[in-house]
Design a protein around this ligand. Sequence first.
Ligand code: ZN
Length: 296
Amino acid sequence: MNTTLLSEDKVIITAAITGGIHGKWANAALPVTPEEQAQDALDCYNAGAAVLHLHVRGADGQNTPDLDIYNRAVRLIGQKCPIIRQIGNGIGAQLDEKGAIINATLEQRLNLLNIDPAPEMHTINAGTFEFRTKYGGAVFNNPLAFNEQYVRKCREKGFGIEIEVYDASHVANMTELYDMGILARPLHFSIVLGIMGGAPATPANLFHMVGQLPEGSTWQVVTIGKYHLRSTIIAMSMGGNIRTGLEDTLHYSKGQPAKNNAQLVERMARIARDIGREPATVEEARVILGLSGISA
Ligand code: ZN
């Protein structure tokens, strides 16, 4: 894969605007209603993002598997701009009355494949592990058989797939599905760093996991929290694609909350241009991600 320091390839910027953990209590700019999300999608698109990574929230601000809300958010975003819509298939954590985290069921997650209008891409999460945050943790259940089922259905329906790997073993799981012929090229990986229970955000972990990817894969880094900026710049310098947004970092810099999602995208677009890599347009990203045959 292309990890040359002098890559002039376009960089695909994904905006992860809401996420599955935080609410407005963490940053008031976090969009939670479909209307707020559609406006943020437009602002991020105008700032240089080609892909929009989505989780939705119910009226109580919590993550929800409610398809009506997904349908509304995906439709409103599509009406605002042509940004590629990507559904995070973990749905996100909900809290019970005691504050304990309850994860969405595998059935609820499979149901995301029925969102109407259909988004162009879904993420899969490449392995089961204990997903921990400073607020608590829970086992994030991603059995290989579930991923196999999810991938098969995505391919049947013509949806693009983003593969999120939180550790090197997850790359091996996906290589297994690729060798079995279940996953097919083009393969797109998100190397997720900085989630407790997954790989810590270190350059060595990034280099190692990029080196494990099947030949010809494209990849982006998703770095959570205080390591977000520097880790993302390393990945961009290595020829990777990148993701930013309030799902990944609530802060613009140390002690300074981000003003909004677009501010985070603008910064990454600026840095990309400064190092000689133009942000990919939606059309260019569709070609790179193999979505060009998929109707928007
Ligand atoms: Zn997500």
